[in-house]
Design a protein around this ligand. Structure first.
Ligand code: SF4
Ligand code: SF4
Length: 444
């Protein structure tokens, strides 16, 4: 969406917010129990209904968009659990992105370090895969040369931010080489080919979770897909869109559409719920771009989460516990909000897990409720994120699971953070579902 120069925040909100969506809310409150920030606070303004009322009050001229208003918009996790609960089909996700886009045009009140990190990461790093690789190499050096040990001993990161310091402790091993360098751009199907899949490798995903990308390719080829990894693809733009940087998100989307169209794929697969949810909505993100709307629709209707594609279109895979694994392994599953609420992909991961013989799947209480990760929410709103995580970890512990599986790197890191904080000695670990399944794949 274009920047509105010279307008007040109130005017910008009036231009950017979809008034039909605001009036679609009939104030029934069915969404309230689904909302994690309302659950934590019990405050109406921290609920979807409350936030929509605030937006409408500003547009109607009943109130000024003051700092409290901006806080309520920023406290929202963007988890979109309110959408499936809403009988009026209010597109809350679109409203909160429009509100944040307007606020971002006017705001200069981020904390200094948040501002600096956002500027560098959103504009200079995430959009450029070669810089992401450099970041990966830098992180790898940091982890392997002893610098990490020194930093931890001095506690210097904690001086700037306790949350950053906690995140640093659970950072996975970074890779200097992405999935393309390790596997190539075209990997043939095993056996008869069912179709061609374009792998969306992600930006952070390919630096911090390269093994998961490789394992995704291996599961897909085993299920009968040829996998193509377009080299010119870039970051999905989710973090940008959720933080009000809509124009930047649109630019990234245009490039991805072009990259995957050139590859002429039947399906586009993501193994990160947060990325998949924006990929599947590129048609909405680019709805006001008449030149690209058709291509955006082409792209959006091909997007699948890896579990869903394997379940719905792939040759059935079989899984069994690992050779040296003891009996009685218990697993539970923490849903990715965006996979659940936007991509409607709750069923497939559970169905795949039920195919693993000799393991016990235990459903966690409130598995579909946000873990508090929410993109960079756990860095920008650490108090609420930690409150939500504490509640989540009580539910994890009740399952007595050995593995908490997830379908999104942000959730995976948040679960690691929770385990580090609450269950260090409980013998539980957090793993991406793709890695868990890959390690137990029974090859034909
Ligand atoms: S997106 Fe999530 S946190 Fe935000 S209002 Fe909806 S349910 Fe609440
Ligand atoms: S459930 Fe939908 S219609 Fe009802 S209050 Fe929430 S957003 Fe409004």
């Amino acid at each position: 969406m274009a920047k509105t120069t010279g307008a007040s925040l109130k005017e910008t909100l009036s231009i950017k917010l979809d008034y039909d969506q605001l009036t679609n809310c009939m104030r029934c409150g069915f969404c309230l129990p689904a909302c994690p920030t309302f659950q934590e606070t019990g405050v109406e303004a921290e609920s979807p209904r409350g936030r929509i009322s605030l937006m409408k009050a500003v547009v109607d001229g009943v109130m000024e968009p003051n700092a409290r208003f901006e806080d309520q918009m920023n406290h929202c996790l963007g988890c979109r659990a309110c959408e499936p609960a809403c009988p009026a089909d209010v597109k809350y996700g679109q409203l909160i992105e429009q509100a944040r886009d307007a606020i971002e045009d006017h705001t200069d009140q981020h904390r200094l370090w948040v501002k600096a990190v956002r500027k560098v990461m959103f504009k200079k790093v995430f959009p450029h895969q070669n810089r992401m690789k450099l970041l990966g190499k830098g992180l790898r050096m940091y982890q392997k040369t002893g610098l990490q040990t020194l930093v931890r001993k001095t506690g210097i990161v904690g001086v700037f931010s306790k949350q950053m310091s906690a995140m640093e402790r659970i950072l996975p091993d970074a890779s200097g080489k992405g999935v393309i360098e390790q596997m190539g751009t075209r990997i043939p199907a095993k056996g008869e080919k069912i179709g061609t899949v374009g792998l969306f490798r992600g930006c952070l995903m390919d630096v911090l979770f390269t093994e998961t990308n490789k394992n995704t390719v291996k599961l897909l080829t085993e299920a009968g897909f040829e996998v193509v990894i377009p080299e010119t693809q870039n970051c999905c733009g989710a973090l940008h869109a959720h933080s009000g940087e809509t124009a930047q998100a649109q630019a990234l989307a245009r490039n991805n559409i072009h990259a995957f169209q050139q590859a002429n794929v039947d399906y586009i697969v993501s193994n990160a719920g947060g990325c998949g949810a924006i990929l599947v909505e590129y048609d909405h993100l680019l709805h006001d771009d008449p030149k690209l709307s058709e291509q955006a629709e082409w792209f959006a209707k091909r997007v699948y989460d890896v579990s869903t594609l394997l379940m719905e279109k792939g040759r059935p895979l079989q899984f069994a516990k690992q050779k040296n694994e003891e009996d009685g392994v218990r697993v539970t599953y923490q849903e990715s909000c965006h996979l659940r609420n936007v991509m409607k992909g709750s069923g497939a991961p559970r169905q795949l897990l039920k195919r693993v013989s000799d393991i016990e799947f235990v459903e966690m209480r409130d598995a579909g409720s946000c873990c508090g990760s929410a993109g960079i929410y756990n860095l920008t709103q650490p108090d609420m994120a930690n409150q939500i995580l504490d509640r989540k970890m009580e539910n994890v512990k009740t399952t007595k699971a050995h593995y908490v599986l997830t379908s999104n790197p942000g959730c995976l890191l948040q679960m690691k953070l929770g385990i580090d904080k609450h269950a260090k000695n409980d013998g539980v670990q957090s793993v991406h579902i793709v890695d868990f399944l890959h390690d137990r794949l029974v090859k034909n």
